[in-house]
Design a protein around this ligand. Sequence first.
Ligand code: C5P
Length: 235
Amino acid sequence: MAKDVIIACDFSSKEDTFSFLDKFTDVKPFVKIGMELFYAEGPEIVREIKKRGHRIFLDLKLCDIPNTVKKAMSVLSGLDVDMCNVHASGTIAMMEAAVEGLTRPDGTRPLLIAVTQLTSTSEERMRNDLLIDRPINVVVAHYAKNAETAGLDGVVCSPLEASLVKENCGKDFLTVTPGIRFADGEIGDQVRITTPEKAREIGSDYIVVGRPITAAENPVEAYKRCVKEFLLKEI
Ligand code: C5P
């Protein structure tokens, strides 16, 4: 199974994004485009980054009625991204519709993963705001199982939940994990974090790394360090 480091390109403009990507001359990292950049620049930014040879995780976290999600996914599939996502809280029917919409006439499709519970949602908020009174691990495992039932490829989760997801859904079910920090780096606003090395040991398939790379003095070196610690590979 392919494992990789995905850089979260959390920039608000095309100019900032390209001046960052221009630093990478000998490697073409897998990048994540989130809502900020997509809403600022529109689908053209996806085409342009793709043209430069990067693989793309389009992180738009769709959640709507099944028919709407199906149609939106068929548009995203035409953008030729490599990975995209939905909220598992949209139900199994919505996730099934997402798979259907994403699948191209030739049967191929980008990887599709589901957000279980956002890592910003604590057990207390889940109970008080969402009236979900089960332990968060039970909810994450259940939502991951729903995603698997609907035919998705994996989930976005905290690296600390990756082994729980693998236990419930099997080793081939992908875990994509943000919340990564170097052992000697800044934590910022993330709470449940781990290092690239630890994420490898726990069984993450893809780590999503933003500021430890984008805000580093030398982003290319920081990226290479992530690859070395996570994939045990010198690039
Ligand atoms: O800068 P940092 O490494 O914290 O960036 C992490 C990226 O992963 C951001 O784009 C953030 O929105 C995203 N993310 C996250 N936690 C989630 C889902 C996505 O940090 N549960």
